[in-house]
Ligand binder design. Structure first.
Ligand SMILES: C[S@@+](CC[C@H](N)C(=O)[O-])C[C@H]1O[C@@H](n2cnc3c(N)ncnc32)[C@H](O)[C@@H]1O
Length: 326
């Protein structure tokens, strides 16, 4: 336990250095050059691009700056992130529309602003650094309840999952996110024991400390609670379903020749993108000779060495791209 607190203090110090007094970070967008190139942003005489996970607006800003003739529709399910994006993109307000919503509803959301076809879609899913700092229980350091909702108007929280799932269900959730089976079981059983004893786990920090007690500290930069936090966050926000449905739905609004770019940061996400692209690259119905998409990246593209050095968080990023051909 003592070791863990020292470890946490070091992380807090590192974060303070990164963020200054405010303690809030803008998310550095990953693989910007590659995103712009695959979307062919600079080549357009005019065009509409949808940033389906606009976050705090890093990629959107890059698109707007790369070509003064294009417009951007930015969607995010996190209303507070959109406020930050709006401020950041204020100089381009005449070419940006920001919409609060889930990318799975892209057709309806675009319909609200009178658009039915677009030139390109970008998906950069998961969590932004800004959200990690937003005290919703995403961070191991948060003395805040385990909320973990990206969309504060949705119902399910991580706290409610921890209170209601059985030990078997929790074990399955953690195992799916990559936790070793034996650790997943011990963590799940400890959580159930703790909620029976004290009524529940009050904060994100308390959960992180509980997991350290179960697993111990194994060294390295990865916190022992990483996979459990990932599992809870992904379940609360239905992240894999969002990604799959988001790709399927946005393929319907792309013009012929329009392109998709999807960035992912972990293997479950990348597998989902690969499989969903592959399904759309098959002829779908009888009599349809041509598939809907052609895949532009046989293998995913990775950030350059220079980018990985400058932005270590980009290290796990993979980019896949496809083009609508029918
Ligand atoms: C990694 S951040 C995006 C960062 C952004 N590209 C930038 O450069 O600032 C991911 C964003 O996706 C949003 N998000 C995740 N799932 C979503 C969904 N199903 N629909 C809309 N937004 C979603 C999150 O709220 C978060 O703001």
């Amino acid at each position: 336990m003592a070791i863990d607190l020292q470890w946490l203090e070091r992380v807090i110090e590192r974060r303070k250095k990164e963020t200054g007094e405010e303690g809030v970070r803008l998310h550095p967008p990953a693989m910007v050059k590659e995103v712009l190139d695959f979307l062919r942003v600079r080549e357009k005489e005019e065009g509409v691009f949808v940033d389906m996970t606009v976050g705090t607006g890093g990629h959107a800003l890059a698109i707007l700056q790369a070509n003064p003739k294009v417009t951007v529709i930015g969607i995010d399910r996190d209303a507070a992130s959109l406020e930050v994006a709006a401020e950041r993109l204020a100089d381009y307000a005449d070419r940006v529309t920001l919409i609060h919503g889930d990318m799975r509803d892209i057709q309806r959301l675009l319909g609200q602003v009178g658009i039915d076809r677009v030139d390109g879609c970008l998906i950069d899913p998961g969590l932004s650094l800004w959200q990690i700092d937003s005290k919703r229980g995403f961070s191991f350091l948060d003395d805040a309840p385990l909320d973990m909702r990206m969309d504060q108007s949705s119902q399910l929280t991580a706290q409610s999952l921890l209170q209601t799932l059985s030990a078997d269900e929790l074990e399955h959730l953690f195992f799916q996110a990559g936790e070793r089976r034996s650790d997943a079981r011990r963590i799940a059983q400890t959580i159930v024991k703790e909620r029976n004893r004290s009524g529940g786990i009050p904060t994100a920090r308390a959960l992180a400390e509980l997991i350290v007690q179960v697993k111990g500290v194994r060294g390295g930069r990865i916190h022992p609670a990483t996979k459990v936090f990932l599992a809870l966050r992904m379940a609360v926000n239905e992240e894999i379903d969002s990604l799959r449905v988001g790709i399927l739905e946005s393929s319907k609004v792309l013009k012929r020749g329009g392109r998709f770019v999807v960035l992912t940061y972990q293997s479950l996400e990348d597998k989902t993108v690969k499989e969903t692209f592959a399904a759309l690259a098959q002829p779908l119905k009888e009599g349809e000779e041509r598939p809907m998409l052609t895949i532009l990246t046989k293998d995913p593209i990775r950030p350059s060495y220079q980018e990985r050095r400058q932005n270590p968080r980009s290290r796990s990023c993979k980019l896949r791209a496809a083009e609508r051909i029918r």
